[in-house]
Design a protein around this ligand. Sequence first.
Ligand code: BDR
Ligand code: CA
Length: 308
Amino acid sequence: RIPLVVDTDTASDDCFALLLALRDPRADLRAITMVQGNVGFDQQVHNAFLTLEVAGRLGDVPVHLGARESLAGGWVGAEDVHGDGVGGQRRTNDAAPDPEPAVDALLRLSRAHEGELRIVAIGPLTNLAHAIDRDPGFAARVRELVIMGGSLDGVGNVTPHAEYNIYADVEAAAAVLGAPFPRVRLVTWSPLTLRDAVFDATRVARIDALGTAMSDFFVRANRAPFDFDVAHGVGGSTHPDTLSVLTAIDPAVVLEERAVEVDVVRAGERRGATDVRDATAASSLTAVTRADGERLYAAMLGILAGER
Ligand code: BDR
Ligand code: CA
């Protein structure tokens, strides 16, 4: 099984990505690390414990608290997209976060699983930037980092140019993309997610018909982002975070990738944009350019059909 950490700003598609990481037998989720992002930090922590509860994994996987602010300070939420991130559902457990801070957990696990650990970063990159800053050897000990962030064609979702996870901590994104990870894969917003990771109304209805605790949770938590995405011209809800987790544990979901170099735009009206070009020399960074959307959907359907 693949030792994994998911670094998350837990709301809607982050919750579903966690369900996958918690329930797929290929994944050995060692920790959930929380980072500032989509909704208020405490709400995100609530959502992570609710997700653990729904997955029947409460007490199995520690939740570590990380950065509440970006490197530059402050926080840019996405509550217009996610609401509270779970459609008003409340946890019935009172589990507490692990006292070890997220960065310490990341450093410890990178040592314990040196050369084996995969990290899936599905929120802003603040925690990872802190880990790199604390320990220059950190990046080299990680087997693979999968980042949900950026766009390949300059199309943003929080500004016309910038994708949310990059925009919400531009300085951290630049630091992480400049660090010596042996292998980094980018799962981007456009065009990849918009083409290959959309669940339309038919797909959601099929999930609804499963009638399990996990499918009920999914449908309620997915309602706000589904409506938001559809109102913005997308054919359904977007699931880049689940695609990112699946990329780390199921190589067959990646149909095509290419070696790239990325500049994170830090100033001006394009702040947060990712300028991507083909790599000219050997590169540890690849961008997924085509994914098997049917395989992603089938994986989620299988997870959500499961009884706890
Ligand atoms: C990213 O931002 C969040 O809203 C989603 O969870 C995803 O990680 C998409 O831009
Ligand atoms: Ca996310």
